[in-house]
Ligand binder design. Structure first.
Ligand SMILES: *[C@@H]1O[C@H](CO)[C@@H](O)[C@H](O)[C@H]1NC(C)=O
Ligand SMILES: *[C@@H]1O[C@H](CO)[C@@H](O)[C@H](O)[C@H]1NC(C)=O
Ligand SMILES: *[C@@H]1O[C@H](CO)[C@@H](O)[C@H](O)[C@H]1NC(C)=O
Ligand SMILES: *[C@@H]1O[C@H](CO)[C@@H](O)[C@H](O)[C@H]1NC(C)=O
Ligand SMILES: *[C@@H]1O[C@H](CO)[C@@H](O)[C@H](O)[C@H]1NC(C)=O
Length: 740
């Protein structure tokens, strides 16, 4: 009996526990108003992967509630959400993270209206647009990330009014205009740690104020239209670890006061108009790791104190007017240094041997200075050296250099162009038992008036992708083994004295054959130092790239003494983008097979002895942007109603027997056509066919136009229709891709 009572009591107790559990979870379950607010958000999504169906919204994916059933967190980053964003009525929400979705719409004042507990707001990587509301929603807000959207307009001065705990504000990659609100620091000086205004359309001067941000660690405003001087008070923000302002129009000298920023690790002021000398005491910034001043107007010598920055990882000072004897500098303490870029300056002297004690070095760029001397064998201690650019200097003993450098296993890119004036091409006799350059992808020995022939040892460079030998005195034929190099896709042999015929084997170059091209990772090589280029989209703008893949697939044989026919086999090089055969002694006809080169963007056959007609099929080369057949013996009419008419007359001139638009001389009426024209029936038929032909052409243009515009819009930043490498802005865009 007693046992039964106990049993009953135990059961009752368990039941009690169960009930209290149910009751308590019921209490913790979400509020109806919160649930409907969430559902109304979900309902505006066009494709909702959210499975928000159960009663208790606190258990839904991405939702966190507090004890009382108020929603405090809504975290749905990268959930593939698509659709318009709508205001939430979630009064206790502290964390809102909808980053990396496809939400559109704007943040009207309403959106913020009820979010007055919000601490974290992350809407980055969506398609949101419109102007910002007048003010942030809450005084507790700490983090605001609106980066990578389409917001525009000025940031209202009242925006930060009540945000006294703001620590991080990121609007990178939008289209904001007006001033960078540096006055933000006047109010919230003690909390701000990160400000990122990069990649917008902010303009005008950087107003003083940042100096008041006593805790500011990161300040970024790259890729804007900022002008004027760097405000002096920035040097009061002594907690700064990173200043990144590249791609603006800032000018003036870098103040000595920079030594106040003792925490500075990253300083990127590249692509501006900064002038004057580098502060002598820059070396006092012992935490400096990444220093980038490329493309400014800096003058004077490198401050020796810089060699005290033993934490330096990258030093980029390319494209300035810096000078001085670099052999005086002692690099031996820079044991962390991986990249040194002093390209395009006025440095003199020899390469200091102390540089070779920087064992971490991966990239050395010294091209286009006034350096002299020889490569020293000590360079072999750089076991990670991958990128070596020494072109455009006055070094001597090329063969000696090559025999040393070939043992650097890590070497991918070697440019010695324009440095060994008048010496001999390292011959097979010089390089007996050649075994080296195992990983070399880019070999540039251009512009040195080197004499001799193209040596056989190059055929052993199985990883070679780019061979640049232009502007030398190379004689002899084009070796047919070139066509067997498995990765080669860019050959420039122009401006030499090469003779013989175009080898048919070159038409089997594996990398240029359709179908055999492996788009494998192996080809995704990135240069350790940027290469500079321009594109047809914005030909006068310089932009850096690290990508080897930006080089077009190219064969340049211009200005040599090559004879014979253009082989019909050339039609096999279906991936070829640029073909320059101009200023040689090619004869015979233009082979119809060239029209197989569907990717061709440049075809220059000018100044040869080509005869016959221009094949009609060339009109099918849709990507052709440069075309030149001038100064040959071509005849007949230029194929009409094709894009060939869109090229200038100078592309056809110097062919006395060639006629028709765009040339001024009209073709003599063809008797056959005349006879046809007398036949009314045919005229009638012709009239019927004519509009369709034009409609077809017009449609073609429209589709092409939309295609180009569409991809421009999609990419937002750039689309390179063709890409030109340049090494020196001052010398203009013509001095292209010689020195890197
Ligand atoms: C949605 O949630 C319900 C209840 O939680 C579950 O039964 C169902 O399998 C879920 N559906 C999907 C597609 O996840
Ligand atoms: C938002 O979520 C993403 C993905 O989990 C995360 O990387 C990011 O840091 C979050 N944002 C904030 C401000 O915490
Ligand atoms: C700001 O942060 C401090 C410290 O975390 C906190 O005590 C204070 O309540 C916060 N102020 C607001 C308005 O949230
Ligand atoms: C480099 O640092 C040492 C010791 O910290 C100092 O004595 C020397 O003057 C510094 N050199 C330069 C050029 O600033
Ligand atoms: C074609 O080549 C000739 C000879 O080099 C040159 O004078 C002319 O400007 C070129 N025309 C075009 C459109 O490129």
């Amino acid at each position: 009996m007693l046992v039964q009572v106990y049993n009953l009591m135990a059961h009752a107790f368990v039941l009690f526990l169960l009930f209290s559990y149910i009751i308590s979870t019921h209490i913790h379950a979400c509020k109806q108003t919160e649930r409907s607010s969430l559902l109304s958000f979900a309902s505006t999504l066009s494709s909702s992967p959210l499975n928000w169906t159960s009663i208790d919204c606190c258990r839904w994916k991405g939702i966190t509630c507090d004890q009382d059933g108020w929603v405090t967190r809504l975290l749905l980053p990268s959930k593939g959400l698509k659709g318009g964003i709508s205001p939430f009525a979630l009064a206790n929400l502290t964390h809102l993270n909808l980053s990396h979705n496809s939400l559109y719409g704007s943040l009207e004042t309403q959106f913020f209206l009820s979010l007055n507990q919000l601490e974290i707001l992350d809407l980055s990587y969506n398609h949101l647009s419109g102007e910002l509301p007048l003010s942030l929603p809450s005084s507790s807000i700490r983090t605001v990330d609106l980066s990578s959207n389409h917001f525009f307009g000025a940031i209202p001065s009242s925006f930060f009014q009540q945000a006294s705990n703001l620590t991080s504000f990121n609007v990178n990659n939008n289209t904001f205009t007006g001033y960078v609100p540096s006055s933000i620091c006047l109010h919230y000086s003690h909390s701000l740690r990160l400000l990122d205004f990069s990649s917008n359309l902010f303009n005008g001067d950087l107003a003083p104020g940042l100096g008041k941000c006593s805790e500011l660690q990161v300040f970024r405003a790259s890729h804007n239209n900022l002008s004027g001087l760097l405000p002096e008070d920035i040097y009061n923000a002594t907690k700064l670890e990173e200043i990144a302002l590249p791609f603006n129009s800032l000018h003036g000298a870098i103040s000595d006061k920079i030594v106040n920023l003792t925490n500075l690790a990253i300083l990127d002021l590249s692509f501006n108009h900064f002038g004057g000398e580098l502060p002598l005491n820059l070396g006092k910034l012992s935490k400096l790791k990444f220093v980038t001043f490329d493309f400014n107007n800096l003058e004077g010598a490198l401050p020796p104190s810089l060699m005290n920055c033993t934490n330096l990882v990258e030093l980029h000072l390319g494209n300035n007017n810096l000078e001085g004897d670099i052999s005086m500098l002692d690099f031996s303490r820079l044991s962390q240094l991986t990249k040194l870029d002093l390209r395009v300056n006025n440095f003199t002297g020899e390469v200091p041997v102390s540089l070779y004690s920087c064992r971490s070095l991966k990239a050395i760029g010294l091209a286009k200075n006034h350096l002299k001397g020889q490569i020293q064998a000590e360079i072999l201690s750089l076991k990670s050296l991958s990128f070596l650019s020494l072109g455009g200097n006055r070094f001597t003993k090329l063969t000696w250099a090559m025999k040393i450098l070939m043992s650097i296993k890590s070497l991918h890119t070697l440019s010695l162009a324009g440095s060994y004036e008048g010496e001999g091409m390292p011959s097979d006799d010089d390089m007996v038992d050649f075994d080296g350059f195992h990983n070399l992808r880019v070999l540039n020995l251009a512009d040195s008036n080197l004499n001799g022939q193209i040596p056989l040892w190059i055929s052993k460079l199985k990883n070679l992708e780019i061979l640049q030998l232009s502007f030398n005195q190379i004689t002899g034929p084009i070796p047919s083994w070139l066509g067997t190099l498995p990765r080669l896709f860019y050959i420039d042999l122009s401006n030499n004295r090469i003779s013989g015929e175009f080898p048919k084997k070159l038409c089997r170059l594996p990398r240029l054959l359709y179908g055999l091209n492996i788009a494998s990772q192996a080809y995704q090589y990135e240069f350790e130092l940027p290469i500079y280029g321009s594109s047809s989209v914005a030909p006068f703008q310089i932009f850096p790239t690290h990508k080897l893949s930006f080089f077009p697939k190219t064969i340049v044989l211009s200005k040599n003494n090559i004879v014979g026919d253009i082989p019909t086999e050339i039609g096999q090089l279906q991936l070829l983008q640029e073909l320059y055969l101009d200023s040689n002694n090619f004869s015979g006809i233009i082979p119809d097979q060239i029209s197989n080169l569907k990717n061709l963007e440049v075809l220059d056959l000018s100044t040869n002895h080509l005869s016959g007609k221009i094949p009609l099929s060339l009109a099918s080369l849709n990507f052709l942007k440069e075309f030149n057949v001038s100064y040959n013996n071509l005849e007949g009419s230029i194929p009409t109603s094709t894009q060939l008419q869109s090229f200038e007359a100078s592309a056809f001139e110097g062919n006395p027997k060639l006629c028709g638009a765009p040339l001024p001389n009209k073709c003599k009426p063809n008797k056959g056509i005349d006879a046809d024209n007398k036949n009314n029936k045919d005229v009638h038929n012709g009239l019927h066919q004519l509009p369709w032909f034009y409609i077809f052409v017009a449609l073609g243009f429209l589709v092409g136009f939309l295609g180009v515009c569409g991809s421009l819009i999609i990419n937002k930043t750039w689309r390179y229709t063709y890409f030109r490498f340049i090494d020196n802005v001052q010398e203009g865009l013509e001095a292209r891709y010689l020195y890197y």
